[in-house]
Design a protein. Sequence first.
Length: 208
Amino acid sequence: MTFISLFPVITVAQTQDNLPSPRGAFLRSLVVPGWGHYYTDKTDWNRGKYHLAGEAVLVLTYFGLDIRANRLENDFYTLALSKAGADLSEKSRDYLIAIGNYDNLREYNDAQLRARNWNSIYPDTPEYRWSWESSAQRSQYQDAREQVDRNRGQLPTLISLMVVNRLVSGISAFIKARDMGKNLPEASFSYVNQFGQQGVTANLRFNF
C-alpha cells in the first residue's frame, strides 16, 4: 500500500516508539525477576509476579540459612572452647572434624598412627590440644558442626536457582515484549515516489 502523505508514517513511528524493548525487558528481569514483565505490560504481568515471588522466597531462604549457620558456628566454637579447651579460630576444617570424632588429642593421634596417616597427626602443643569433659558434649558439638555444613551446602544450590529464575524470567519477558510488536505495521518513506518524481512516499506493511 502506497500513500503520498507523511501523516501515516508519523502515526506508525510514534506507536513503535511506545513499544517496550525486548532487550530492555530481558535486562530488567536479570536485575529483578518480574520487572521485565511489569515494564512490558503493567496491566498484565502475572507471570512476572510469580518470578518475583520465587525470588523473594529464594533470597529469604538463603539469608535465613546463612544466619542460622553463623549462629550454630558461634555456638560450637564456644562449646569447644568452654568444654574441651580447644580454640578453633584459624583452624582447618580437618581439625574441626577431628575434635568432633575424638575425645582428646592423644586419642586422635593414636588413631592416625595406627592407620599410618602420618601427615594427619597434630603436634602435642597447647594450641592443638583438646579434651572433652563428656562424650555427650562432643556429640552436641558434632551435631552443630554438621548442621552448619548442611546449611552452607545448600547455599550454592539457592544461588543457582536464583540465576535460573532470572534467566527464565528474562526470556519470558523478552518473548512477551517481542510478540507485542509482531502485528504492528512496518513503515518506511522516501522523498522520491515510485514514478521517480519528487514527493513523499510512505510504505506501510501489515503483518498478519
